[in-house]
Ligand binder design. Structure first.
Ligand code: ATP
Ligand code: MG
Length: 418
């Protein structure tokens, strides 16, 4: 038997309803905040990700699904959405009329990580980006939007962590201080961290290895190195969140795993999902559009881990499997033919109707109606045809009544308010 690829997964009926529910709440909220949907390809030229995400990142170093296509062009299954959205923004000159543009996308991402609970090789993200706003208010709005979404989904145990990563003016000083510290604890750091120490020391703060995390307890804080502009920007983000009554913690260890981030970075964390505590992450990336060959336009955005969100939501979600409104139990060829026609017409009218399309006994049909959780059963037998009335049984109350065959579909439509 052929099994699915390791780290990939099927989302089956029973679970998929949770995904639908989250997606519809998220879409509504994003659109209410003025975000427009954008759909981008699942593959791009490898160069796009290598240049934007950065060569020294986990993603580019070891997680990308990269391969030559039949002509030998190097292509990569997208590991995240921001680079592609920025590419589309530049390629289609979406900044020409108004540089301020807000996009969202929902779809699969691919990273060849070690599969474990909450970590897959194909996973899904809900992604939002704001281009053309330099003010920290845009970052505050994104964080507010995330917190509002989680509240609307009735998820407690959600904490917003924020930090500033500074800018090209003030980050070099912090890098130096951090590198000095990393040298002093090098014997306690993993080999990845020691290798990255000189080229990309901030990344070390993001390492998941427990001994590294411990060794970093006394690392210098970037909060102490911010230049005046970055300090003022971060203060603006914090006071906007205060005014909106959004609780947050300043987390000096928070950095993002991608190179293009500047200034505000944030993460929504939970303690309900064990090791994979980050449900969403994001931040400002003021230099990406320019680095990808576009104009000098600032931007900020977030990505929600849909799989983790679905798991969190599923922890206390009621059973959401859709049940038939009505099951038609038919006996005899003539009744079967009539029931079949009704099932089709009812479906067309927005009433969920089911039947057995084989000649089964009444008992086995009733059993199936029960198993499907049908709210009502309509019994169509030879007697009923003779009487020109079928029996409608409410499965919860067990009440039965005769309903005339004439204009049956119209009659049921009225009963079901369709
Ligand atoms: P992590 O620290 O968990 O590796 P990350 O920093 O690599 O996350 P981002 O690139 O910021 O993650 O992606 C945003 C969100 O996407 C994460 O907060 C997480 O919820 C989710 N995510 C990232 N990688 C995976 C994965 N392999 N499987 C499932 N969800 C993921
Ligand atoms: Mg990661």
């Amino acid at each position: 038997m052929i099994q699915l690829i390791r780290g990939f997964k099927d989302i089956l009926p029973g679970e998929v309803e949770i995904w639908q529910q989250i997606e519809s709440v998220a879409r509504q909220l994003l659109e209410d905040f003025g975000f427009k949907e954008i759909r981008i390809p699942v593959m791009e030229r490898t160069e796009l990700f290598a240049r934007s995400i950065g060569e020294d990142t986990d993603i580019v170093e070891k997680e990308m699904y990269t391969f030559p296509d039949r002509k030998g062009d190097l292509i990569t299954l997208r590991p995240e959405a921001t680079a592609s959205i920025a590419r589309a923004y530049i390629q289609h000159k979406l900044f020409a009329q108004d540089p301020v543009q807000k996009f969202y996308m929902i779809g699969p991402m691919f990273r060849r990580e070690r599969p474990q609970k909450g970590r897959y090789r194909q996973f899904y993200q809900i992604d939002a980006e704001i281009f053309g706003v330099q003010s920290g208010l845009a970052d505050a709005q994104l964080i507010y939007l995330l917190v509002t979404l989680f509240t609307r989904l009735e998820l407690a145990d959600i904490n917003a962590h924020i930090n500033s990563l500074g800018c090209p003016q003030c980050r070099p000083d912090f890098r130096k201080a951090l590198t000095r510290y990393l040298v002093s604890v090098s014997d306690r750091l993993c080999s990845d961290c020691n290798r990255r120490r000189d080229r990309n020391p901030l990344r070390v703060l993001d390492c998941k290895v427990p001994t590294c995390r411990e060794a970093l307890t006394d690392a210098p804080s970037i909060q102490d190195s911010l230049c005046d502009d970055c300090r003022a920007d971060f203060d603006e983000v914090m006071s906007a969140l205060d005014n909106l009554n959004v609780p947050f913690v300043v987390d000096k260890r928070l950095v993002r795993g991608l190179d293009y981030y500047t200034r505000t970075a944030f993460e929504i964390q939970t303690t309900s999902l064990g090791a994979q505590s980050a449900v969403a992450g994001g931040g400002r990336y003021d230099n990406l559009v320019r680095e990808l060959g576009g104009p000098d336009i600032p931007a900020t955005g977030f990505a929600i881990g849909f799989d983790r969100l679905a798991e969190l939501f599923g922890l206390n979600a009621p059973d959401m499997i859709p049940r038939p409104d009505i099951f038609l139990a038919a006996l005899g060829a003539e009744s079967q033919a009539l029931a079949f026609e009704w099932v089709c017409l009812l479906g067309k009218s927005g009433i969920r109707a089911e039947m057995d399309m084989g000649a089964k006994s009444l008992k086995s049909q009733m059993k199936r109606a029960d198993r499907l959780g049908a709210a009502n059963v309509l019994i169509v037998g030879e007697n009923e045809l003779k009487e020109a009335a079928v029996i409608l049984r409410n499965m919860a109350t067990k009440e039965q009544e005769a309903v005339p065959i004439d204009r049956l579909v119209e009659n049921l439509k009225k009963r079901f308010n369709k």
